[in-house]
Design a protein around this ligand. Sequence first.
Ligand code: HEC
Ligand code: HEC
Ligand code: HEC
Ligand code: HEC
Ligand code: HEC
Length: 178
Amino acid sequence: MTKRWIRASVAALTLLVSPEFLHAQENGAAVTDGENSKVQPIAFPHTIHAGQDQIDCQYCHFSAERSVDAGIPPVATCWGCHQLILGTDERQQAEIQNVRGYWERQEPIPWVRIYKVSDHVHFPHLRHVAAEVDCATCHGEVQEMTVIEEVNQPLSMGWCVSCHMERDVSRDCAVCHY
Ligand code: HEC
Ligand code: HEC
Ligand code: HEC
Ligand code: HEC
Ligand code: HEC
């Protein structure tokens, strides 16, 4: 199955790794930089948590160093702090009451996913964290974002491969494709 998929893709090979293709991909990504039209169920500001309060990224995205997915923290992680931190102004208190609602109903918060590659692509966070590629290299300065901005989107093959070329990492099709 995997072999057949790769064979079918070889025709696209020359185009995909050509400098023109890589360049076109970079231009494409620039158009969407800084935009994010997705509305989250809770207005969660990275500026306050990762910026002002300097909570480490991996305190919340704790599976990034040991798994393929960085993971979004469960409500229990939020509630660990927010049972005591109830917010200062009315707007904050209302948002934090919403967090309490999910906690009491034991319901996961239905966060809308932003960064996502197709199912045939394999992206292991742990390998990149182990190689000390900063979160910011791929996701931008998240601690300065009230709402997550989409950086390097859409996630293209040209983007992955050009960094792998710079850092002399494998470009074998089967490394990234199932
Ligand atoms: C207090 C917990 C917390 C901390 C600390 C935190 N995050 Fe997050 N992060 C979240 C939550 C909750 C979401 C989902 C809501 C959203 O997209 O804003 C999220 C979403 C994200 C996303 C988008 C995920 C997607 O759907 O594709 C990225 C990227 C991200 N965080 C990176 C970071 C980085 C980098 C840091 C450190 C600078 C960081 N986060 C610190 C809780 C946290
Ligand atoms: C390590 C402690 C900690 C954790 C974990 C944490 N928060 Fe917070 N959160 C804070 C602090 C501190 C504030 C600022 C409160 C203030 O200014 O009164 C805050 C503020 C907020 C606010 C209001 C911000 C605003 O001004 O709009 C929301 C909403 C919020 N948090 C949601 C969450 C959610 C959802 C999670 C879990 C994904 C989470 N928090 C995890 C400490 C935490
Ligand atoms: C080399 C680029 C790169 C680096 C470095 C990186 N990410 Fe990601 N991140 C991605 C890609 C690509 C995706 C989409 C992966 C997918 O769809 O399987 C993603 C997805 C995510 C998501 C969405 C949910 C999930 O479970 O995957 C979060 C949250 C996230 N990254 C946080 C982080 C944090 C925090 C760090 C630093 C510890 C980090 N990322 C480092 C490229 C990167
Ligand atoms: C900013 C640079 C950078 C970007 C962007 C990047 N990578 Fe990587 N990638 C690395 C580094 C560095 C390693 C670690 C190599 C090692 O462990 O020696 C790595 C390793 C990997 C591995 C494991 C390779 C192996 O030999 O087993 C896979 C799979 C991978 N990356 C997929 C991706 C995919 C898919 C994307 C795009 C969605 C991507 N990477 C984007 C730098 C990057
Ligand atoms: C470093 C990771 C990486 C390597 C190596 C890689 N690819 Fe890709 N490839 C990707 C990503 C990421 C995408 C875009 C997926 C998406 O749209 O979410 C992609 C997309 C594709 C597509 C387009 C499919 C579509 O969704 O339209 C083809 C075809 C393809 N790759 C073939 C190859 C072939 C053949 C090789 C070997 C020469 C290869 N890839 C090597 C990461 C990689």
